[in-house]
Design a binder for this molecule. Structure first.
Ligand SMILES: Nc1ncnc2c1ncn2[C@@H]1O[C@H](COP(=O)(O)OP(=O)(O)OP(=O)(O)O)[C@@H](O)[C@H]1O
Ligand SMILES: [Mg+2]
Length: 334
């Protein structure tokens, strides 16, 4: 990657906020000290319930709102002291749709290139229109677009000046399933070209599918920060579930030693198993998850007259992790 200013930015984090705080004039404390460092080329998902502070954090990093504490840098550029340069390296897809209704789609994008002082580049506009499936609407007025198309145009608008760090604030809200998949592919393609992506989403499977790392914030505080895999591992092991044709009356000692449990009725065994390459979840007095073949061996050693009718593994989902962190909670700041 090449630096865009005289400073050596090549080794700088893509985004770094240190103790970023925001108290709105209304008295709402939207952020109370967020430390977050996002590396160049990462796809980072910021998750949190409504009112957690995600949009506020993005607005500060993109120079649209002033922090009331702490500091924020993008590619080494301070968002206050180097505001103009910092603004140029970021692209923001805002949560709210905000077009001038009198422009045509292509004009919106040309205007945006002009706004960012980049040379008019119709080829790039065509590429982005195609990637977002908007080619057929290039000469339509923005008023003629459906809700999902408007959101796609917002994304196009944020990308047209080839920003090196892109913020997508709920990019797929209201977007249909097919286009959501296309967008995921496009986000991955942008990353292949060296773009850093920060996205917020309420679709947990989106974060699971896309993100290298996930941060969860709630009430203005960062609760966890990790890879999806490590978060899943930390919040419970994968389990192997084995269905039996005839009930077991007691759990055999070998299976008990592996941490297995017997479901009521005795027809199903459940046993935590390790996921290769991931750290084991906290022990909590339990044995470490076993390798799958040890469980299978213990089951094979059961009374031969008991047939195994099904065998599957169950993985905790990011949604379960999220609910454990911020779920079952009333009175969220909204
Ligand atoms: N301009 C503003 N003036 C006053 N308070 C605000 C303003 N913008 C946001 N807030 C408050 O700050 C808190 C965080 O809001 P924010 O929009 O950052 O949340 P969010 O995590 O993006 O939520 P959502 O998932 O609903 O988009 C909320 O309590 C909200 O009411
Ligand atoms: Mg928001």
């Amino acid at each position: 990657m090449t630096a865009t200013t005289s400073k050596d930015l090549s080794s700088a984090p893509a985004v770094e906020t240190i103790g970023v705080a925001k108290r709105y004039p209304s008295g709402v404390e939207a952020l109370s000290g967020i430390d977050l460092r996002i590396e160049p080329g990462e796809i980072f998902a910021l998750l949190g319930p409504n009112g957690a502070g995600k949009t506020t954090w993005i607005s500060i990093v993109c120079g649209l709102a002033r922090a009331t504490g702490g500091s924020a840098r993008v590619l080494g550029l301070d968002v206050v002291k180097d505001a103009l340069a910092a603004r140029r390296v970021v692209g923001l897809v805002p949560q709210e749709i905000n077009f001038d209704p009198f422009f045509k789609v292509r004009e919106v994008l040309r205007f945006q290139q002009g706004y960012f002082g980049v040379r008019r580049d119709d080829a790039r506009i065509d590429e982005i229109l195609a990637a977002l499936d908007l080619t057929a609407k290039a000469d339509a007025g923005t008023r003629e677009l459906s809700g999902g198309m408007k959101r796609r145009l917002l994304i196009a608008k944020a990308l047209v000046h080839a920003p090196r760090v892109v913020f997508l604030d709920e990019p797929t809200a209201g977007v249909d399933v097919n286009l959501r998949r296309d967008l995921w592919d496009y986000v991955r393609e942008l990353r292949r070209r060296g773009t850093t992506i920060v996205l917020t989403t309420h679709y947990l499977e989106e974060a699971e599918a896309l993100a290298d790392r996930v941060g969860v914030i709630d009430k203005g505080k960062l609760l966890v920060l990790d890879t999806p895999g490590a978060l899943l591992a930390r919040h419970g092991a994968r389990r192997i579930k084995i269905k039996l044709a005839a009930p077991l009356t007691a759990l055999p000692a070998e299976l008990a030693a592996l941490g297995a449990t017997l479901e009521p009725g005795g027809l199903e065994l459940s046993c935590p198993v390790a996921t290769p390459g991931l750290p084991a979840p906290p022990a909590n007095g339990q044995p470490a998850p076993a390798e799958i073949r040890r469980v299978i061996a213990a089951v094979a050693a059961l009374d031969a007259s008991i047939a195994v009718t099904d065998l599957r593994t169950e993985q905790p989902t990011l949604e379960q992790v999220f609910m454990a962190l911020v779920g079952h909670r009333k009175g969220a700041a909204a």
